[in-house]
Design a binder for this molecule. Structure first.
Ligand code: ADP
Ligand code: ASP
Ligand code: MG
Length: 818
């Protein structure tokens, strides 16, 4: 025989209940005997509590809430019960609801709501659901019988969280089942006291009911059916990459649930463990999935860490003082003082010096716990042996759980490193002596980030997940998205890097999905989004997601994201961009970005700022890092100007070349943006800053290519017309050069701390003389490369090639994560 339990999430509406009954029919077909426990319908227990509280506060709208509760149940009766028994079910349900109404009215009148009466009120949830479901099963010809668990489960009178008296309970159950052979539909979550009063077993306690019955009946398996594929490595609402575990031990399940994994109620494991009965967690919405098996055996999966859980809101009490050192019994005095007040200690840590003890408690018990401890130690505090108790609020605990961790060295090191590298501050640490659990206390506002960071580092250490947020879907952004659509997993030096596209924003719209967007459909996502673009909001979403290895890819040419780089970088979010604005703004701001990245342990990568995917910035950095000294940098760093001057070799009309380049899409929409030299000036500036020279854009001397008149023309067409006035000038320069056996070239140069852009006559032996098309070229004359400079040449512009440079930067980030 099996004992099954279906939670509120499985019985959220009549349709779901019907599919649960289908699962049960399948068991019957396969001749599997079972008894089944149900929770209240989804969120009914919460509604009962809030309605009772309203009545207690004499808020008459409790009647409205009660009506809602009535409706939920009436609807279920209508939809699930066959005509022949509708009247009898409706009668039972109406009776229960009338009784509930009377009790609530009583609370309203006497303004009293004790834990005892609240337990009674809560019990209506399961009594109603099971009454209806048992009859719904009968309607489908199943021999089902309603069983009020209060008849059999005996408890103490600790209302709200009653302790089960197992001896009596087990006897009752065995006896009852020997006489009742129909399928029992058991009300979860409740029992009754000696005085026959209703007592509940604690929130989420229906799981426990299943275990109590399963153990008493020595059943072969207890199945807990819920809305996820078993116990996952983390709460999927916080960590989207969480996955389900095949098996865990009773101890692991207990520890995970104690530290917040709501999927199973912690005491559930106990009765099952004593009788060695396995518990299986299954998904009502995916019955084919095996779910997770909880048993005494560690079936030794791939991971020594089984899960990461959290208690989201706690307060930390710190008790310290010189009088605590070496004094026996301090901790036990703290425990018993708090136990007397029924304050639960979630976690305790003690520094090895014994100078400080830290206790984590639920936030609502924080102040009370502080005064209880201060009362307990009032003499020591008066004598200055113990300091006043310090309370810290808005904290969370994360627990990393796994029995096998004790055999795996280095887990705690990994935990601290992952958190440290991502700027999560650890406030306290506890490691149980069993090494089943490592717990860390952190600030609540870093919780999601910490959970994701830890999950990635503990479960995906062979694969780096990089989470991308792409801003700008123009030529470069579009090419980049197409590139990752064609391939999103890459082998890198250390492991595999998987690129997850999480969000996209452009000038009009934005879209995101914490589970990831299929990059193949990126255009649909952004086109169909109804969210208007708002970069601040987009950035807040990135922060809230808190994913590890988040990277913003700025493919805009505007300032809009640049203005947020410091914020992103210091928050721990890396930035990859071909946008040159950030690196060419004033020097202090340039430096500020580096400080922010250091602070956030994030990375700012911009190798495409100069020469697209050509390894220009990287090579320069390598040279400097390896102790070389840069004497001179010369380069044709603009694809457009390269094209224009290369074409001048064949043509006599400068203005025609510019027009041709524009029509081929080789220039900015307004070619003045290329011809004014600013683009190239920015690039030489970025290279100089890379080698440590403090210079600003206005320090770059630019020999103008176009007249002031042309520059100030009112339109692009007007400009192109005026440009023709200079054709003769350029032709003359070219002819003069030719006479000397030379050609013209527009060159950016750095030497002796100064930078300039100028038209130069170069002879045939010059490395720049056989430049083709729109190629870029740069030469580094250094101490080591002094005779023949180091030359890098190749296509230095274009959307696809820039996109591939962006990808390289991202993979560099993946490579440097550990
Ligand atoms: P039920 O109503 O079936 O008792 P609960 O809501 O009590 O369901 O528990 C299931 C929920 O627990 C899941 O929907 C999931 O969001 C949450 N949960 C938290 N941590 C975990 C975890 N580690 N594994 C699986 N689920 C988890
Ligand atoms: N209905 C109860 C609750 O919501 C018990 C349960 O769902 O397990 O806490
Ligand atoms: Mg539950």
């Amino acid at each position: 025989m099996k004992v099954l339990k279906f939670g509120g999430s499985s019985v959220g509406n009549p349709e779901r209940i019907a599919s649960v009954i289908s699962i049960l029919e399948n068991y019957i077909t396969h001749k599997i005997e079972f008894a089944v426990v149900f929770s209240a319908f989804q969120s009914v227990t919460d509604k009962l509590i809030s309605t009772a509280n309203k009545a207690f506060k004499r808020d008459e709208t409790y009647l409205h809430d009660l009506n809602q509760i009535k409706l939920i149940h009436h609807e279920a009766v209508q939809k699930l019960i066959s005509k022949s028994i509708t009247d009898s079910t409706a009668f039972k349900v109406a009776d229960l609801l009338r009784e509930l109404e009377e009790v609530l009215h009583g609370v309203f009148l006497v303004k009293e709501l004790t834990p005892r009466s609240l337990d009674f009120i809560m019990s209506f949830g399961e009594r109603l659901s099971c009454t209806i479901i048992a009859d719904a099963m009968k309607s489908r010809n199943i021999d089902a019988e309603y069983l009020d668990a209060r008849k059999l489960v005996k408890t103490d009178d600790n209302f709200g969280s009653a302790k089960v008296k197992f001896e009596k309970t087990n006897l009752n159950i065995v006896e009852y089942f020997s006489e009742h052979k129909n399928i029992q539909v058991i009300t979860g979550f409740m029992g009754s006291t000696e005085a026959k009063e209703t007592a509940t077993l604690g929130r989420g306690g229906s799981d426990y009911t299943a275990s109590i019955f399963g153990a008493a009946l020595n059943s072969e398996e207890i199945e807990i059916w819920t809305d996820v594929d078993g116990i996952l490595t983390a709460d999927p609402r916080k960590v989207p990459s969480a996955f389900s575990l095949e098996s865990v031990t009773y101890l692991e399940a207990m520890e995970l649930s104690h530290f917040g994994a709501k999927v199973i109620y912690p005491p559930t494991m106990r009765p099952a463990q004593l009788r060695k009965i396995p518990i299986r967690i299954k998904n009502t919405f995916n019955p084919q999935h095996d779910g997770t098996l909880i048993s005494g055996k560690d079936t030794g999966g791939e991971f020594s860490v089984k899960g990461i859980t959290s208690i989201d809101d706690i307060s930390l009490l710190q008790i310290s003082g010189s009088g605590m050192v070496g004094v026996v019994g301090i901790a036990s005095r703290i425990f018993s003082a708090l136990a007397d007040e029924k304050i639960n200690i979630i976690m305790i840590t003690q520094a090895s010096s014994e100078h400080t003890v830290c206790l984590a408690v639920a936030p609502q018990s924080g102040e009370r716990a502080k005064s209880v401890i201060e009362e307990e130690f009032k003499w020591e505090i008066r004598d200055g042996m113990i300091d006043e108790v310090v309370i810290e609020k808005n904290l969370s605990i994360i627990a990393i759980v796994g029995e096998d961790m004790r055999h795996t060295p280095g887990i705690s090191g990994k935990v601290f490193k992952a958190l440290g590298n991502n700027g999560v501050n650890i406030i306290a640490i506890a490691q149980g002596s069993s090494e089943l659990n490592i717990s860390v206390v952190i600030n609540k506002n870093t919780l999601t980030k910490a959970m994701n960071v830890l999950h990635d580092s503990l479960f995906f250490d062979k694969q780096k997940n990089i989470n991308l947020f792409v801003v700008g879907t123009g030529l470069v952004g579009g090419a980049f998205l197409d590139l990752i659509a064609s391939e999103n997993t890459y082998s890198t030096d250390i492991s595999k890097a998987k690129l997850n596209l999480i969000g996209i924003a452009n000038i009009d719209k934005m879209v995101w999905d914490r589970k990831g967007l299929d990059p193949k459909k990126w255009r649909n996502f952004i086109d169909n989004s109804t969210d208007k673009s708002d970069i601040k909001k987009f950035i807040n979403v990135i922060k809230e997601f808190g994913f590890s290895n988040s990277v913003v890819v700025d493919c805009t040419a505007s300032k809009i994201v640049v203005e947020n780089y410091n914020d992103l970088l210091s928050w721990g979010i890396s930035v990859v961009t071909p946008n040159k604005i950030a690196n060419s703004q004033n020097y202090d701001e340039y430096k500020h970005l580096r400080t922010s990245a250091k602070k956030g342990k994030s990375q700012f990568r911009y190798s495409t700022n100069v020469g697209a995917a050509l390894p220009i910035i990287g090579s320069l950095r390598e040279l400097v890092r390896n102790g070389d000294e840069i004497i001179k940098i010369e380069g044709v760093l603009s694809g457009t100007l390269s094209y224009i001057f290369n074409s001048l070799k064949e043509s006599s009309k400068f203005s025609e070349i510019v027009k041709d380049a524009k029509s081929k899409g080789f220039t900015e929409p307004d070619p003045r943006d290329d011809l004014n030299g600013l683009d190239m000036a920015r690039k030489i500036l970025i290279l100089m800053r890379e080698i440590g020279i403090k210079i600003n854009l206005e320090d770059v001397k630019i020999e103008k290519l176009i007249s002031t008149e042309a520059e100030n023309a009112s339109s692009t067409d007007e400009f192109l017309k005026l440009l023709a006035d200079d054709d003769a000038k350029f032709n003359k320069m070219k002819e003069e050069a030719l006479a000397e056996g030379k050609t013209l070239c527009y060159i950016a140069k750095y030497e002796k701390g100064e930078a300039s852009l100028s038209i130069q006559k170069i002879d045939k032996s010059h490395p720049f003389s056989n430049l083709h098309g729109s190629d870029n070229i740069v030469t580094f004359t250094t101490k080591r490369y002094s005779v023949r400079p180091l030359t890098i040449q190749g296509p230095g512009a274009g959307a696809e090639i820039t996109a591939s440079g962006i990808l390289s930067d991202i993979l560099r980030i993946a490579n440097s994560i550990n």
